[in-house]
Write a protein that binds this ligand. Structure first.
Ligand SMILES: Cc1cc2nc3c(=O)[nH]c(=O)nc-3n(C[C@H](O)[C@H](O)[C@H](O)COP(=O)(O)OP(=O)(O)OC[C@H]3O[C@@H](n4cnc5c(N)ncnc54)[C@H](O)[C@@H]3O)c2cc1C
Length: 424
């Protein structure tokens, strides 16, 4: 085929389908007969299920499906990993607990590439056993899109690093006991060359976590303050002052794994939106119908873009600019979709009732009731989707430079970090 679909394969080979049957059998065995998705649970029932489900996955070696078996992973091929992710999304079960995106997906995968053998042998099993719960200490008040500008300092004192500074927007930091933290270890080097990637235990007096209250009323992210906090010298991942390369590897894992799962989740979410329109007597309204049709077309595009991304990944490619297209597609779509939900609900959306989403990022959980609290909370949280994991503008810069070949952004901050931070 030619044009934009070149290189995309929407068919799964037979071995994927027989593996899919095994995953489905596992789910049928482990989930209750009347299972409707984790969204049907609320409060303590929800969190108890997630914790127990995590243990079930751990016992079956299905928590870190891509890790090698020797480190407690399932050692699955990329195709098998995709099948597991798809079947879990269809069944409405999580692939792990709240902080596993940081421990398993981001840090674990990064340690496999950059960690010493000691670091891998020590940390990877502890992540899987939930002995260490991780969060991500990258962003600072003066370093978000311009992450290289970060100013949290780490100074060597014998066998330890002493850390001082502040991180912000630290998701699930209040649930974590460990943080991977980017620190400035050479102030005289150019911005990206004086950064070191450190593994820090948060259970010490020098680390203070302060929750930030969001517009939705929830507190999922935090400020983290370091005041003479310490970590051993052996906790450097990669080279001293070479942390930028490690940090970028990790961001690849943050942005990379959505292609298989999000089209399934957004399709289920759209079905809920159709039901919502029917419930509010708006399904016959021509303007609402037109906007629902627009949503449908976007979710279909998401599905085919997902196939294209996965095809490239399965043939050994790394997620390239298409992950920026995908990020902008789902995050900008979700803002329009949830605005439509708010308009369909009308005044009822202003007095949210029923079950609130238990996790606020992206769609509500599969099986969640079509309550006003569900849509209102997701509507508010959708504002964040175009900011975290690289804002829409930053994704467009990437696409402009890497796909369209436009000239690179002018950099006003050449020279050492201390010189350029004086200028900003
Ligand atoms: C819900 C949520 C969870 C998060 N979780 C974490 C976490 O766990 N750990 C962590 O470290 N961080 C986390 N972040 C932080 C996130 O990575 C940053 O918010 C993001 O990188 C943007 O940085 P900033 O907020 O400082 O905005 P800024 O970088 O100050 O950007 C402000 C505006 O300027 C635009 N802009 C900036 N630079 C350019 C440019 N060069 N060209 C064009 N436009 C530009 C941006 O697009 C944006 O619209 C989280 C953020 C959110 C919203």
């Amino acid at each position: 085929m030619s044009g934009t679909v070149a290189g995309m394969d929407v068919h799964y080979p037979p071995e994927a389908e027989s593996f899919r049957e095994k995953v489905q059998a596992f789910l049928a065995e482990k989930l209750p007969a009347d299972w409707h998705g984790v969204g049907a649970l609320e409060g303590d029932d929800y969190w108890t299920f997630v914790l127990e489900w995590r243990k079930t996955l751990h016992a079956a070696d299905l928590l870190a499906v891509g890790w090698p078996v020797e480190y407690g992973g399932a050692g699955l091929t990329p195709l098998e990993q995709v099948v597991v992710a798809e079947e879990f999304a269809k069944a409405g079960v999580p692939g792990g607990g709240a902080n596993d995106v940081f421990g398993i997906q981001m840090l674990g995968n990064t340690l496999l590439q950059w960690g010493t053998e000691e670091q891998k042998r020590y940390y990877l099993p502890r992540i899987l056993a939930n002995d260490d719960i991780w969060c991500q200490g990258y962003s600072e008040p003066n370093a978000g899109s311009d992450l290289g500008n970060l100013g949290t300092r780490a100074v060597r004192d014998g066998d330890e690093w002493v850390i001082n500074g502040q991180k912000i927007w630290t998701s699930f930091g209040h649930l974590a006991d460990h943080i991977f933290v980017l620190c400035r270890t050479d102030t005289s080097a150019p911005k990206h060359r004086g950064i070191t990637f450190l593994l820090c235990d948060m259970r010490q007096p020098g680390v203070e976590v302060r929750p930030i209250k969001m517009i939705s009323g929830e507190s999922e992210f935090n400020e983290v303050f370091f005041t003479d906090a310490r970590c051993p010298v052996a906790n450097v991942v990669g080279e001293i002052n070479g942390g930028w390369a490690v940090a970028m590897t990790l961001l690849g894992y943050e942005r990379g794994e959505a292609a298989a799962v999000l089209p399934i989740r957004y399709r289920a979410d759209l079905d809920r939106l159709f039901d919502l329109a029917r419930a509010y007597g708006k399904a016959g309204d021509p303007t609402v119908r037109q906007r629902l049709a627009w949503c449908y077309s976007k979710v279909e595009i998401m599905r085919f873009l997902g196939y294209r991304t996965l095809t490239a990944w399965l043939s050994g490619g790394h997620p390239g600019p298409e992950s920026s297209i995908f990020k902008n597609l789902w995050s900008e779509y979700q803002q329009v979709e949830t605005e439509l939900a708010m308009e369909i609900m009308g005044p009822a959306g202003l007095v949210p009732t029923g079950r609130h989403p238990m996790a606020a990022f992206q769609t509500d959980d599969a099986g969640a009731p079509n309550d006003t609290a569900s849509w209102t909370t997701v509507f508010l949280n959708a504002r964040a989707g175009t900011i975290y994991a690289g804002s829409s503008q930053i994704q467009r810069n990437i696409l402009g430079e890497m796909v369209l070949g436009l000239p690179k952004e002018p950099k006003a901050d050449q020279g050492s970090w201390s010189e350029s931070s004086k200028r900003s």
